[in-house]
Design a protein around this ligand. Structure first.
Ligand SMILES: Nc1ncnc2c1ncn2[C@@H]1O[C@H](COP(=O)(O)OP(=O)(O)OP(=O)(O)O)[C@@H](O)[C@H]1O
Ligand SMILES: [Mg+2]
Length: 206
């Protein structure tokens, strides 16, 4: 039975997920919580190996189905071997991307079907869902300007990234799970402030 708190941070490329994950985890650690900061794809040795395949820009013939299954395979390992054990010992887990990223990228932007892709990840994780999701909303243009890397997902077309951004908005709007959508065009400090306010109130009400 999970007793910790599972927080997912979602958004397109360059939205500020990694930046904010670090800042939130510093804030929570300063309050005395055990915090596990992790990311997808990856987070465990096996999942990091799968990540290197998924993000390899030299692979230009990966079928969309292979991509979807590899993301789900990495997530299964991560959920079973790292996230669930951390929650069971009472830690706060901050996960940079989770199921919604697959729903947005593979389900919506690749066109594989949002319901099918969500069901695949829910099965893969044994229905391990976040307690709270933070959606960092940034126009694909602005996120693109912040992108530094050239990984296999980042080098997709502009249209692809626009579909991803719209998909995250649709997912957040339709979500029945606890979440907040934050305007990530604000400064790093302002975004952190908005997230921390939310988390402090969640923690105070537990
Ligand atoms: N609110 C912000 N305003 C301006 N610049 C920002 C903001 N948030 C992050 N950045 C900068 O944008 C770049 C990308 O941020 P970050 O790596 O946190 O994004 P990300 O969402 O993790 O991206 P990716 O999806 O590629 O992993 C970094 O150089 C970061 O310092
Ligand atoms: Mg990142």
């Amino acid at each position: 039975m999970a007793t910790g708190l599972f927080i997912a941070i979602e958004g397109g490329e360059g939205a500020g997920k990694s930046t904010q994950s670090k800042r939130i985890s510093q804030h929570l650690e300063a309050l005395g919580y055990e915090v596990v900061i992790t990311r997808e794809p990856g987070g465990t040795p096996t999942a990091e190996k799968i990540r290197s395949i998924l993000l390899d820009p030299e692979i230009d013939d990966m079928p969309d189905q292979t991509e979807a299954l590899l993301f789900a395979a990495a997530r299964a390992d991560h959920a079973h071997n790292k996230i669930r054990p951390a929650l069971e010992r009472g830690a706060i887990v901050i996960c940079d991307r989770y199921i919604d990223s697959s729903v947005a990228y593979q389900g919506a932007a690749r066109g594989l079907g949002v319901d099918r892709i969500r069901a695949l990840s829910e099965w893969a994780t044994g229905e391990l869902l976040p307690d709270f999701t933070i959606y960092l909303d940034v126009p694909a243009e602005a996120g693109g300007e912040r992108m530094d890397g050239t990984d296999r997902m980042e080098i997709q077309s502009r249209d692809f990234h626009v579909r991803v951004q719209q998909a995250f908005r649709d997912i957040a709007a339709a979500s029945t799970q606890p979440n907040v959508v934050i305007d990530a065009t604000l400064s790093i400090e302002q975004v952190s402030q908005a997230i921390i306010e939310k988390l402090d109130s969640i923690l105070a009400n537990r």
